[in-house]
Every structure is written in C-alpha cells, then in structure tokens.
Design a protein around this ligand. Structure first.
Ligand code: NBX
Length: 766
C-alpha cells in the first residue's frame, strides 16, 4: 500500500527549527530513517482503518518519537555525537495545533495505541494554518492570539509532503453552477506517530493547493478552507468538512484500484471511521463516486457503504449535534453529492417504513436524515454505519435510552460502548518517569507499561509503609515541578505543602468551573470571618481555553483570574488558599499538571460529559477524583469504590427528573452562605463584576431555565465532599495508600485496552 508505507513521501528539507537551534542534515536524515523503517517494519494485516476527524492533538512530535524508540536505536547515538539532547530538541518543537480538546487528544491516543499494536491505522484531518488559538491571560481575561505552530513557509518539521497524492474537490461557488464547478486541490502531508516497539501510524494532514476557477472569481472563501479549526463561517466550515471527506474517500478508492481490486472490495480493505459527525459527508461522497465513476447503482453503492463505515458519537449536548441547512448544501456542494444525499434519505425512509420493528410516525421523523430543510449528520452516520458507539457506559446508555432511542430499538445490534482511555506511555511513562520507576519495581517484565493489566500487581503492596513513603516523596517532587512551572509562567507562588486541587479542561458551562469558583469564594468568606477556620491549605489550579465567541465561558475565566488577584494578594487568606490558572493549556504543558495533582476535579453536571479523559490521566498519576457520577467517572467509581473517589452531586436520573421544575432561586434564598457568594459576583468585592454569571445562575440566559447546569443545587454537596477530602488528606499514610490503590486499578484506562476493544467490537478487521 504505497501511501501507507512508502518511503518517497518522506522528504525532509534542511531547515531551522528555531532561531537558536539548528538541526543538522544528519539528524534530519536519521529521523527520516526512523519513520521509514518503522513504516516498512510494520506489516499491516487485515483491513486498514482510516479515522477521519476534524481534530488531532498528538503533542510535540519529538517527545512522541523519543518516548517510543528502543534504547539502542541509532538515532540516540547520532544525537549524542552531535551533542544534542532530547531536551534541546523538545524546546525547538511545537505542538501541532490541530484540535480543541478531548476529541482531538483521543484521536492521538488511539493512534499511538494502534502504532504500538501494529494495527494499520491512519488519521485523516485538515492541516489548519492556525489551529486553535494560543491563549494569553492579559488584563484579567483570555486573549486569543494566533498559534503559529508551523514555520514561516507553512511547513512543520515532522511533516512529509506527498504532493503526488493530491486530490481535487469540487464546489459550486459564487454563483457558478453545474458543469462549471470550481476545483480545489487538497494536498496531503504525512506526520508519523511511532509506536512502542517500532510500529508506525500516519496522519494525513490536508492543505489547500491550487484552485481552478473561472477567471475573475472571488477566491477568498476557497483559500480560507484550511485557515482555522471550526472556522466561524458556516459556508467555509461546510467546505472544510467536504474537503476532508472527499479527499479521504478518493484516496481509499484509488488505493483499492491500485491494488487491482474491484470497488466492491472496499470493505475488505478499509474501515472508514467517522469521528464525530464532521466527516459524515464521506457517506454521500462514496455513493457519488461509485455511481458516477464506477457505474454502480444506488443500491449497489449503498450495499458497499453499509459495510464500510463506523461512527463514534462524542456528545449528547443538543447544540453540538451537527445539522446543515439544506439550502446551504445546495449552494455549495456539487449537485451530484446533494442528489446522493437525497437518495440516501429516500432509501433509509423506505427501510424505516418496511421495518418489522414497530416505529410510530414521530419515531420515524426523529430518524429521518433530511427533515424540515435540515440535514442531520448524526442520523446520516447512524443509518450508514454498521457500528455506532458511545465513549463511556453512561454516555452510551443515554444514547440508547433517550437521544437515539428509536435507532436503538430499530437496530440494537449496531450499538456498543467503548469507554475512552489514555496513552499510558505518554501520560505516565514519559510524563512521570519517577513514578513509572517506582511502579516498575513491582512488575515482572520490562515493558509492563504496554500491558496495563499488570499494574494490578501493585495492589498487594499498597499498605506497605515504605512504598507509601516513596510514593509521597515522588509526588512531592512532581508538585515542586508544577509549582515551579506556574511560578515561571504566571508569577504565582504556590507552597508545595498545599493540597493541589486541579481542574484543567476546556471552559464550558456544563463542566462547571463556576461551581469550583463559588466554592473558593465560600472558603474565602469562611477564612475572612474566622482566621482560625480549620481547613487543609489548598491551591486551586485551573487551566483550559474557552471558545473565542463563548461569552459565558470567557466570563468564568475572568472570574478565575479575579479570584487569583483577590486571594493570592490577601495576607488574611493566602496562608490557606491560593488560586492559579495555567496559561495556554495544551498537550505539552498538560504533562506537568496531570502528574502533580492531589485532587482531580471532575464536576460536570451528571449526564453532560460524554466521558472525559483528563480524569484518567490524573488517576494513573495518583490524583484522587473529586467528582460527580458522570462520563467515565462512573467507570472510575466502579473500579475504586467509595474509598477511592470523593463522589458528590445529583445523579443523572435526578437531574432529568428536575428538568422543568428546578428553581435555583430557592437554593439561593434558603442558604445564606450561598446567597453571599452569589452576591459577591456583582457587589464589587471582586474589584470587577460578573452580572452575566449571576444572571445565568438566578434568571437564565436567552429564554433558558435559570442555572441550566444545576450549580446551586449541587453546591452544598460539593462543600461536603471537600470536607471529606480534607479528612483523608490529614492522614498521609491513608492518602498515599489510596493513591497507590487507584494507580493499581487504573489499567483499564490505558489506550491499549481501548484499541483492543475497537478491534474486537467495531473495526472487524480480520
Ligand atoms: O470528546 C469530547 C467530550 O466532551 C469528552 O467528554 C470526551 O471525553 C471526548 C473524547 O471522546 N468532545 C469534544 O471534544 N467535542 C468537541 O470538541 C466538539 C467540537 C466541535 C463540535 C462538536 C464537538 N461542533
């Protein structure tokens, strides 16, 4: 499979990685050799998975390569002879800014697992010129600046351009109609992820190349297709999705033919994995190509499609369920594509009518792909995919029982759950070598980290005092590193003996950073009232970005920064309380954060977080979860029980029962301490005011119910859970024992387990 293994696409040019550091030809050559030999060394068996995703967040590539190369690999020697350390290289490397958060990072964790297990797996995504913005914290708020993750000439050190693999994608544009399309060339580069033991998986990153259009046409929108992730212009966003979808399907079809196989064999050679609905247009695109270029009937094309696609859902939030206006599709996408989509809608409606499962008209309407002038991408994906999965037990259950209930009744066997997981080699082995060494002392094999179930061998030892002492010492070292990092980055001093209570994730109202903030204000008031207030000195550490146009979430960041200012500078409280926000939280600077937490804050409103993966990164490093029964916290709780997790808050069924009748004001009115902290949002105590947040909590925004995410309802329960944290933290041996026990029980959250489950339940590769 030329595109998947060939050397010719690997052509590194000589270039400077940073102003202060030159990488020699020899080293570049050696990197090239590493990737070639890994690609050639992995002899893929069975069908090839192409994971099409608008996001991928692999993190700095030098770190990824270094972490997985054997100790005797020649690259190490070459670097040594040149007097270059991996530290030097890492300083010159940058995180490819190709994603937002969990969705993108999960892609990279699955990929690293597949590279390690030698599963033929390729990620297909857009190569955004500016990925997600770089976050600066200035004047008490988030400021977005461009993330120039590529060099001036638009290339990245670790990308290997493959112009000979370019694909042309057509659009209707600027009033140009059928027969007179504009054509955009999508040019791929490959970025390689090396697996442990020398496997390799590629990411195809597609860039806009040449554009063919009638003379004089305004090409601005077309040129912006690879400008930025989730671009704030729906026309261009639709073009982005179609470009990735079309280029990916064209590549699969081309490879099938190159191997001398008929297109009917596509499902024997490939599995096209749709990661969230953004690449759902691969479905009508395949139908279009098979009909127009391979003379298949609609029915024949559909029969191929339904064996080829799988779909993973990552959200139940209604606003994130993607829909496109039919008129917009008609205006932008080629007519034959739109016709294919309408035909698929027609076929699937026919299937619903003929179904032996009884479906009422209302059910059927919920399942239509095109309805009320809108194209529902999730419905398109579910109809075409032979496998649909959620990403944690509760999430999959909500999909089956409510959001997608008619689909589940109609085709129950399509649905399954694959609980998310994280790369242990990156988030434990590479990020926390000291802890890795300590665990390793109890393991029977060198490469235990590739066999996460081995970690249970730690279990019989967690009561041993010397091990507890060792763990505490290792963890103290990690806390010192994080404290140092924050001092350098933000100029905030955090004493290392403080409890580190960490909430890092995208800022979103459902993730409830606001609940954490109200609790900090509550603590502030208690200490102000009574300087002997009995508590464990605690540092509240935050990190994460808000979407640039998400006003409320940006207000919450502003609140965190106001708390920093108020609390860290107040000698009455700063002996017991500190607040710090890590700037520009990304894959690279996440590593010192995940390894240093005492408490991992996972407090989303039950039923809203599909899974979460930060919760697992903390767990494997010995951070104890303070959380609601939501997303994969449920699985963490099942693994460690009451003693291993500080559970609080309303359960999903209770939240559902309160919808429509919940009155946040009654909590506000009946609890004077809660009233006091909510009032602080607007009474000037914070030197600035947050009327929109108070309004959201008590009145509700834009016709929505007040306190949509049940912050006030869960407030007291959160206060109580924090008390339980303190009680336990005051018994250091017990605390260390619990951390060790959780680490020992964390094996199921390794991406190696997740990848094996995708193999057995979803990809059907053999
Ligand atoms: O996917 C995230 C979920 O929120 C997490 O609970 C989950 O752990 C993770 C991996 O499964 N979803 C996510 O990151 N989605 C998006 O960022 C997103 C972006 C744009 C959009 C819809 C969703 N239109």
């Amino acid at each position: 499979m030329a595109f998947f293994t060939s050397a010719p696409i690997i052509q590194l040019e000589v270039k400077t990685m940073s102003d202060n550091f030159k990488v020699t030809n020899e080293i570049k050559e050696e990197f090239r050799n590493v990737m070639c030999s890994c690609m050639e060394g992995s002899q893929p068996q069975g069908r090839h998975v192409i994971y099409t995703s608008m996001e991928s967040l692999p993190g700095a590539m030098i770190a990824n390569t270094h972490m997985n190369l054997d100790e005797d690999h020649p690259l190490h020697q070459v670097l040594k002879e040149a007097g270059i350390t991996y530290g030097d290289l890492a300083l010159a490397d940058k995180d490819p800014a190709l994603g937002n958060g969990g969705l993108g990072r999960l892609t990279a964790c699955i990929q690293e697992g597949c590279a390690t297990q030698k599963i033929p797996f390729t990620v297909s995504t857009l190569c955004y010129r500016s990925g997600l913005f770089c976050q600066k914290l200035e004047n008490g708020m988030q400021v977005e600046t461009p993330d120039n993750w590529r060099s001036e000439d638009g290339t990245y050190f670790f990308e290997f351009p493959a112009p000979e693999k370019a694909k042309w994608v057509s659009f209707i544009h600027d009033g140009v109609h059928d027969g007179q399309y504009v054509w955009v060339e999508m040019v791929p580069s490959a970025i390689a992820q090396i697996g442990a033991g020398g496997g390799c998986s590629l990411t195809w990153v597609w860039k806009v190349g040449k554009i063919h259009a009638p003379y004089g046409m305004d090409l601005t929108n077309l040129k912006r297709i690879d400008e930025v992730l989730y671009i704030n212009d729906r026309d261009i966003r639709l073009m982005q999705e179609y470009c990735v979808s079309s280029a990916t399907v064209q590549t699969a079809v081309e490879e099938c033919l190159r191997q001398g196989r008929p297109v009917e064999d596509l499902p024997k050679l490939f599995c096209l994995h749709i990661n969230d609905t953004h690449a759902g247009l691969m479905i009508p695109e395949l139908i279009r190509i098979l009909r127009d270029e391979h003379h298949k009937t609609l029915e024949e094309a559909w029969a191929i499609a339904v064996e080829l696609f799988v779909y993973t859902n990552h959200t139940v939030l209604p606003e994130a369920l993607e829909e496109w206006e039919q008129w917009r599709m008609n205006n932008i996408l080629p007519a034959r594509l739109v016709i294919a989509l309408q035909d698929v809608d027609r076929i699937t409606r026919g299937q619903l009518d003929a179904s032996p499962v009884s479906l009422c008209q209302q059910d059927k309407e919920r399942m239509y792909i095109i309805h009320d002038g809108r194209v529902r991408m999730a419905n398109l994906c579910i109809h075409a995919a032979y496998s649909v999965n959620g990403v944690a037990k509760l999430h999959t259950q909500i999909l089956c029982d409510s959001l997608l209930a008619p689909f589940y009744r109609y085709a129950p066997r399509k649905f399954c759950n694959v609980t998310n997981a994280v790369g242990f080699r990156k988030f434990l082995g590479y990020s926390n070598p000291e802890l890795t060494k300590l665990i390793g002392a109890f393991m029977d094999r060198e490469d235990w980290i590739n066999h996460p179930e081995d970690m249970a061998k730690l279990l019989p030892h967690v009561e041993e005092p010397w091990l507890q002492a060792q763990f505490t010492a290792v963890h103290a070292g990690r806390k010192a590193i994080l404290a140092d990092f924050i001092r350098h980055q933000r100029g905030i001093y955090i004493p290392e003996y403080f409890l580190f209570q960490v909430q890092v994730k995208r800022f979103h109202m459902y993730k409830r950073q606001l609940l954490n903030c109200l609790y900090i204000l509550w603590l502030y008031r208690r200490i102000k009232e009574n300087k002997n207030f009995d508590m464990v000195p605690t540092a509240f550490i935050f990190g994460g970005k808000s979407a640039a146009d998400y006003f409320q979430a940006k207000e919450v960041i502003r609140l965190v920064l106001a708390l920093e200012k108020l609390i860290n500078n107040d000698p009455d409280v700063n002996g017991k309380l500190r607040v710090a926000m890590v700037e520009n939280f990304n894959v690279t600077n996440a590593m010192p954060v995940y390894t240093a937490a005492d408490v991992s804050v996972q407090i989303s409103t039950a039923g809203k977080e599909a899974s979460g993966t930060g919760n697992m990164k903390f767990m494997v490093n010995g951070g104890l979860t303070l959380g609601t029964l939501d997303g994969a916290n449920v699985e963490i709780y099942e693994a460690v029980g009451d003693e291993g997790m500080f559970l609080f808050g309303l359960k999903e069924h209770q939240i559902s029962a309160m919808k429509g009748i919940y009155r946040s004001r009654s909590f506000y009115e009946q609890d004077s301490q809660l009233r006091e902290v909510v009032d602080m949002l607007t009474d000037g105590s914070l030197m600035t005011t947050f009327p929109a947040l108070r309004h959201e909590l008590l009145d509700g925004e834009y016709g929505k119910a007040a306190d949509e995410f049940f912050v006030l309802a869960d407030f007291r329960s959160y206060v109580d859970a924090n008390r339980r944290v303190w009680e336990r933290y005051r018994k250091p041996e017990e605390w260390a024992k619990q951390c060790l026990r959780n680490i020992a029980l964390s094996g199921e959250f390794s991406s190696d387990r997740m990848v094996r489950e995708y193999e057995s339940k979803v990809w059907n590769r053999q």
